[in-house]
Design a protein around this ligand. Structure first.
Ligand SMILES: Nc1ncnc2c1ncn2[C@@H]1O[C@H](COP(=O)(O)OP(=O)(O)OP(=O)(O)O)[C@@H](O)[C@H]1O
Ligand SMILES: [Mg+2]
Length: 265
């Protein structure tokens, strides 16, 4: 019987990143398997955004290696050494990943529909009619079928973020990366966006979600990764992460960040 080799969708191995003297990532290791949802939590400045930006090849790493489906990301192996890829190859690899930012980053002068169809048509060569059909299905899925011809400024923050998610999914990525997708939203708009991400999880989309929403991480993520000072401190199945944190740092973080038992006015 042949043995099944289990290659993760994403592997991050010993990744280091410094900004001048400041070490933002100090040897980060973790893996994301097929259809897994991994939440990344940690205090401000712990390197969460830097990590997803490095994975998305928006920032070059200084050490270590990253692999998407077992293939080096951002680097190529040359005579036993790693060397950075050309910009064109980096752009090609970036197309296999989708990123959703805190600030949506929609194109303001384009309709919602065009925001969603642009990359499939221009970058991935999908025929316009097919891209449009798929975009309308995705907009329906995120509850915005009636907003296809609206412009981003006519939408609420939560609606804009749902368009940004539809746009990322439309490019058919191997993995979706979210960097605090609800942090710039008014509290009453947070749930509609989290619900869309939860729905995507049920479709088997592989995802990394940097978030401060602990209840969401606990309910939706398969694993939670806790970062502090540029390192992974704990990487555990979601329920265990919350019920039996091992490190003092995670215990303190959970105590400080957990919602109060009763809200005092
Ligand atoms: N472009 C940059 N230039 C210089 N320093 C940077 C840059 N980006 C991040 N840093 C520094 O690297 C460290 C990690 O930042 P990062 O944004 O990854 O933290 P974070 O965990 O995402 O925090 P937050 O929860 O506030 O978003 C911080 O000390 C930050 O000041
Ligand atoms: Mg951040």
């Amino acid at each position: 019987m042949s043995e099944q080799v289990d290659i993760p969708v994403l592997e991050v191995s010993g990744v280091r990143k410094a900004f001048g003297d400041h070490v933002a990532l100090d040897g980060v290791d973790f893996r994301v398997g097929e259809s897994e949802v991994v939440a990344i939590l940690g205090p401000s400045g712990s390197g969460k955004s830097t990590l997803v930006r490095c994975v998305d090849l928006l920032e070059p790493i200084d050490g270590g290696a990253m692999y998407l489906d077992g293939r080096l990301l951002g680097h190529e192996s040359h005579n036993g050494h790693l060397r950075p890829m050309s910009d064109a190859d980096i752009q090609r690899q970036r197309r296999r990943m989708g990123m959703v930012f805190q600030q949506f980053n929609l194109f303001p002068h384009w309709s919602v529909l065009r925001n969603v169809t642009e990359a499939p048509i221009k970058v991935h060569g999908v025929p316009a009619a097919q891209a449009r059909k798929q975009a309308l299905e995705l907009l329906d899925r995120v509850g915005l079928a009636d907003k296809a011809s609206a412009h981003p400024r006519q939408l609420s923050g939560g609606q804009q973020q749902r368009v940004a998610i539809a746009r990322a999914v439309a490019a058919n990525p191997r993995i979706l990366l979210f960097d605090e997708p609800t942090s710039s939203l008014d509290p009453e708009l947070v749930d509609e966006v989290l619900q869309v991400i939860k729905d995507l999880a049920t479709t088997g989309m592989t995802m990394i979600v940097v978030t401060h929403e602990l209840a969401f991480a606990r309910n939706v993520a398969d694993r939670c990764v806790f970062m502090a000072e540029g390192r992974v401190v704990e990487d555990r199945p979601a329920e265990e992460f919350f019920t039996s944190p091992r490190s003092t740092r995670l215990k303190t973080f959970l105590t400080r960040t957990a919602p109060p038992v009763s809200a005092e006015q």
